[in-house]
Design a protein around this ligand. Sequence first.
Ligand SMILES: [Ca+2]
Length: 63
Amino acid sequence: MCIGDCSGDVSVTIDETLETVTIALGNASPSDCAAADADHDGRVTVDEILTAVYNALHGCAPL
Ligand SMILES: [Ca+2]
């Protein structure tokens, strides 16, 4: 699974990174982007945002 890859195309775009941040701020539901919630605890935390940003910059590696 590629963290932050909302659309499932194995790349993380800026739009998807923003979606991840929006969920973390509580302004969107985690179900809007299941890939943002790496540990499936129903919350998007700072480490998950950082992972999504890293994936956006460096490409997505399988975990
Ligand atoms: Ca989480």
